[in-house]
Design a protein around this ligand. Structure first.
Ligand SMILES: NC(=O)c1ccc[n+]([C@@H]2O[C@H](COP(=O)([O-])OP(=O)(O)OC[C@H]3O[C@@H](n4cnc5c(N)ncnc54)[C@H](OP(=O)(O)O)[C@@H]3O)[C@@H](O)[C@H]2O)c1
Length: 262
């Protein structure tokens, strides 16, 4: 029997790659798609295969017209029905005030985080609806829940995405498609995203002071365990929204001024 297929759109060495590995370990064929790092893509596929799993890699810039549509159509035709799709594209550009957030950056944030998800759902959901089943897991961030100074582009794009997830869920849950919105409420030990945003020195310093044995940076392999669980919930008890953070971080609804209790 052919393997179920898990598509990960935005598969770097952090959450995306670890979700691919977790699903491949459980018997899925993982389809990993990312934008610019061919060597990193090949490395992830090779790591999955070395563990006895199966995977294929795709170089795709999701914001290019027709790219997501072609990817999904090709996988459905050549690999197999996509059982689980993980939308893992972020749009974080770091803290920028209003004047230094260009129109171009704002629009690109929306194209990455919001429009790309809309396009994925438009091409994928008809397949899933015809099958009466499917899972879409959407990685999200604190900015989906709370705007902040410096987050104009990111919060608008990710907040809009959360509402899109709610709308998709409203139309498609009863048709057997499980949509889940996962609020990653803290920094992830992710070299291809946070690592590049901070640069190697600051990222390594953060890992040493907060991450590693301190467990204060969210470990992507642990996030992947949650994704696997979400994708296999019984339909009588589906989660739509779930949040994840390190034990030592305040939740998004708290704030740095919260009193420290004795
Ligand atoms: N990292 C954090 O601290 C953090 C915190 C909160 C929430 N999140 C959320 O977590 C998700 C990302 O997970 P992660 O940080 O662990 O990263 P990751 O899975 O290691 O990597 C994500 C990958 O997405 C790819 N990508 C970016 N733009 C793309 C595009 N236009 N088309 C195709 N692929 C594209 C990049 O590929 P290339 O490297 O090949 O360009 C990148 O490696 C995002 O939804 C983000 O909002 C992350």
């Amino acid at each position: 029997m052919s393997k179920p297929v898990c598509l990960i759109l935005g598969a770097g060495a952090g959450i995306g790659g670890n979700v691919a590995k977790r699903f491949a370990r459980e018997g899925y064929h993982a389809c990993l798609a990312r934008r610019s790092d061919r060597a990193g893509l090949d490395r992830l596929v090779a790591e999955i295969e070395a563990e006895g799993g199966s995977a294929s890699g795709y170089m795709v810039n999701a914001v290019d017209e027709g790219s997501i549509e072609q990817l999904v159509t090709d996988i459905e035709a050549d690999v197999g029905p996509i059982t689980v799709a993980v939308f893992n594209l972020g749009a974080q550009i770091g803290d920028r005030g209003l004047a230094s957030t260009s129109l171009k950056a704002f629009e690109m944030g929306w194209r990455m985080a919001t429009l790309s998800l809309f396009r994925l759902a438009q091409v994928l959901f008809p397949y899933m609806e015809a099958r009466g089943s499917g899972v879409l897991l959407v990685t999200s961030a604190t900015s989906a829940m709370r705007g902040n100074a410096g987050q104009h582009s990111h919060a608008a794009a990710i907040g809009g995405r959360r509402m899109l997830c709610q709308s998709l869920n409203a139309q498609f849950a009863s048709k057997g498609i499980h949509v889940a919105h996962i609020v990653v409420d803290g920094a992830v030990d992710a070299p291809d995203t946070l690592g590049k945003l901070l640069g190697p020195e600051r990222f390594q310093a953060l890992r040493e002071t907060k991450g590693l044995e301190h467990d204060g940076l969210i470990l992507p392999a642990e996030v992947a365990n949650t994704y696997f669980h979400l994708a296999h919930q019984h339909r009588s008890a589906w989660t739509f929204e779930l949040d994840l953070r390190a034990f030592s971080d305040l939740a998004w609804w708290n704030h740095a001024g919260s009193p420290t209790l004795k």
